[in-house]
Design a protein around this ligand. Structure first.
Ligand code: ZN
Length: 498
């Protein structure tokens, strides 16, 4: 590459890496805010986060970087370099529309909302969260206007999480999948009721913690490049591909909570730990999209972690960890219990089928909020009505209703649809992995070895960073576009097998 091109590209790389340094330093403070921060530290932490967000914003929107990107885009770069510059330029052109005042205000209001949400949960009262959430919704609508959109303000926000996604596309996907899922739910209701009381005995914290660490190691989580901690809401966050943090929560009366949230977050973490470290700070070192990220957590949580092959090997191990609780349980009973389909209140505890109804309710609610047809104060009533209509359950209080998810307090409107898309992508990747690796099932069942799947995911998805969009990646890896029918077929087959 001629010298000037090379110099310019190196200059770009160095700038992007410095911006990443500031962003990941911000992420460390966010991680700490949700794990170890003492309550009195909340105020100044909010200020520290706002200052760092502002610094990162000013670095990215610096005119010098804009000039550099515009110059580089016309050069004859190789394909990966070109893609990096193109994606960074898109980001630059988006960010320069926001003033640093707006960025600071968003960060401050978001931190305040998070603490208001925690307090509202403590008091089990949505009205404690309402003022902060109203301010945040106002700001998100302003954000949609600044970003610009066609057809619907919510389009601008979904696009932030899933590039290219629109209300029209999500409406269609949800409409296509609703009927088959309702039919499947009816079929399940005809079957005998699965007994799952043994999952609600007492499971001591320390034993659960050790079991979770054992599982994470078995699945390939690298504890030299990450760690696990406890938080009220499980999440994964990374400060580079060499430092990926996961959190879990432990409920002594519910075995399911910790085990599958750990497997889920390990799925996210395996993706982050496999991203190319030498591409730090560049789009080529980042995940493809949120729905692809979620596909990685869901493939491990559901296709592997709720699959019969996995428990054929791991159930005897589980019995060693919890002999009193599981010695009288057969692996067949265990499989039926952990895959029990039953409409419920809490999204993160939902079975693989009714999970998507939880997502659809949030999606419709957010759309209505953004277009102004629903007011923040009316959220609890709307929520409870929808849970009755779609899931047939009565919501007893706000904590088990509209206060259950952390997302809105983070300002994440437009995020929920990626959860369903992720599950649908996961089923499609799983189908393909099984057909390309014939020995996969027997390796898992006989040796508990999931390494072949991890290797396949790494080489077909992880190492590609952000080079492809979700749709492009799906077509490249599976040979076809996203098709929710694959998910419905996967689920029917699994539920029939039980
Ligand atoms: Zn997830």
């Amino acid at each position: 590459m001629p010298a000037d091109k090379e110099l310019l590209y190196n200059d770009y790389k160095a700038t992007m890496r410095k911006i990443a340094d500031v962003k990941y330093a911000t992420a460390v403070l966010q991680w700490d805010q949700e794990t170890y921060l003492p309550p009195k530290g909340a105020h100044f932490r909010g200020q520290q986060l706002a200052t760092l967000s502002e610094i990162a914003h000013n670095m990215f929107t610096n005119e010098k970087l804009g000039k550099l990107l515009n110059e580089l885009i016309s050069k004859d770069l190789d394909a990966k370099q070109k893609k990096n510059v193109q994606l960074s330029l898109e980001e630059y052109n988006k960010l320069i529309r926001f003033s640093s005042d707006f960025v600071r205000k968003m960060s401050e209001i978001t931190s305040a909302s998070f603490h208001a949400w925690l307090e509202a949960r403590k008091q089990n009262n949505f009205s404690v969260f309402e003022p902060a959430l109203s301010a945040l919704v106002g700001l998100k609508r302003e954000e949609a206007n600044i970003l610009g959109y066609d057809a619907h303000p919510y389009n601008a926000l979904i696009n932030e999480f899933e590039k290219g996604a629109t209300v029209a596309m999500a409406d269609k996907i949800f409409a296509d999948v609703t009927k088959p899922l309702l039919i499947l739910l009816d079929e399940v209701k005809q079957k005998p009721f699965a007994e799952d009381r043994f999952l609600h005995q007492t499971f001591p914290k320390q034993q659960q913690w050790e079991w979770g660490i054992y599982l994470a190691k078995q699945l390939g989580f690298d504890f030299e490049a990450g760690r696990q901690d406890i938080s009220e809401h499980p999440f994964t966050i990374n400060f580079s591909s060499q430092d990926v943090r996961i959190t879990t929560r432990i409920d002594e009366d519910d075995f399911k909570n910790m085990t599958w949230s750990t497997i889920h977050e390990v799925g996210h973490a395996l993706y982050e730990q496999s991203l190319p470290a030498d591409e730090y700070g560049l789009p080529s070192g980042e995940y493809a999209s949120l729905s692809i990220h979620e596909s990685q957590s869901r493939i491990w949580e559901n296709c592997i972690g709720r699959g019969h092959e996995f428990w054929q090997f791991y159930f005897p191990k589980l019995q060693q960890y919890f002999p009193h609780q599981f010695n009288d349980v057969s692996v067949q009973q265990f499989m039926q219990a952990i895959n029990k389909v039953q409409p419920s209140l809490i999204r993160t505890d939902a079975d693989e089928l009714t999970y998507h109804f939880h997502v659809m309710i949030r999606y419709e609610l957010e759309k209505n909020l953004m277009e102004g047809s629903l007011q923040v104060k009316d959220i609890p009533v709307y929520w409870n009505e929808q849970y009755k209509n779609l899931l047939g359950v009565d919501v007893p209080d706000d904590k088990q209703g509209c206060l259950q998810d952390v997302h809105w307090s983070h300002g994440s409107f437009g995020y929920f649809p990626t959860y369903s898309l992720g599950s649908f992508y996961a089923a499609q990747f799983w189908e393909k992995a099984q057909s390309e690796i014939p020995e996969l099932s027997s390796k898992i069942a006989l040796q508990g070895d999931t390494g072949l799947l991890l290797h396949w995911l790494r080489s077909s998805i992880h190492i590609r960073g952000k080079y492809y969009s979700s749709e492009e990646l799906c077509t490249l890896v599976t040979g076809k576009q996203l098709d929710s029918k694959v998910f419905v077929d996967y689920l029917r087959q699994k539920l029939n097998y039980l």
